[in-house]
Design a binder for this molecule. Structure first.
Ligand SMILES: Cc1cn([C@H]2C[C@H](O)[C@@H](COP(=O)(O)OP(=O)(O)O[C@H]3O[C@H](C)C(=O)[C@H](O)[C@H]3O)O2)c(=O)[nH]c1=O
Length: 191
């Protein structure tokens, strides 16, 4: 299992060891010991899975406010997405900066996003299966979203939107910018 740092401290890409043979392949996608070696000791308490039928659908940018903030370990097990994490911790040296990574059934990459970051993805294919582990339970009252096209964050979704609005939930379509939101994360040093 290999960890690749990004420009956002704590936000890392993980490449699992894939054991291929004539039948197909096997890989450990998570173990406490492997992740401890990577310096990730979050205790995951919930597994999620979403299915997105159409290419050009965007889910995000989402987070849960403290005290129900969630770190996420995400991967795409069918299809391909551009996955994005945004630093939304006021006072952080990388506040409002973002990183994007292509996750796919093909590349089997995983992406670890600590608490204090918004997360979202744009589907590049139809029939995307997206799976993730979170280290805090879902809390509807703490669930928040900010606009995928927040001009003060200025995420480059791979130039794939070219001004075409992606398929969005009503919540995401009408979401606030980060400055308009009641996001309550404060920077307390990089973990
Ligand atoms: C997140 C969540 C949602 N729900 C229910 C609430 C709604 O009735 C329904 C769909 O929720 P939502 O539209 O928020 O689903 P997504 O747009 O895929 O949201 C997710 O997408 C981005 C990419 C994320 O990183 C978050 O984990 C999550 O916010 O599932 C639950 O029952 N449990 C949950 O943990």
């Amino acid at each position: 299992m290999k960890k690749i740092e990004t420009k956002l401290p704590g936000v890392v890409i993980i490449e699992p060891d894939v054991h291929g043979d004539h039948r197909g392949y096997f890989m450990e996608t998570y173990s406490t010991s492997n992740f401890h070696q990577l310096g990730i000791d979050n205790v995951f308490v919930q597994d999620n899975m979403s299915f997105t039928a159409k290419k050009g659908t965007l889910r995000g940018l989402h987070f849960q406010n403290d005290p129900m903030a969630q770190a996420k370990l995400v991967s795409c097990t069918k299809g391909t997405v551009i996955d994005v994490a945004v630093d939304i911790r006021k006072g952080s040296p990388t506040y409002k900066q973002w990183v994007a990574v292509e996750l796919s059934e093909e590349n089997k990459k995983m992406f670890f996003i600590p608490r204090g970051f918004a997360h979202g993805f744009l589907t590049l294919t139809d029939n995307v299966e997206f799976r993730y582990k979170v280290d805090n339970l879902y809390s509807k009252e703490h669930d928040r979203g900010i606009r995928y096209d927040d001009p003060s964050v200025n995420v480059d979704w791979g130039g794939l939107l070219n001004g075409i609005e992606p398929i969005l939930s009503d919540k995401d379509k009408n979401g606030p910018t980060l400055d308009e939101s009641d996001c309550n994360f404060k920077y307390e040093g990089d973990k």
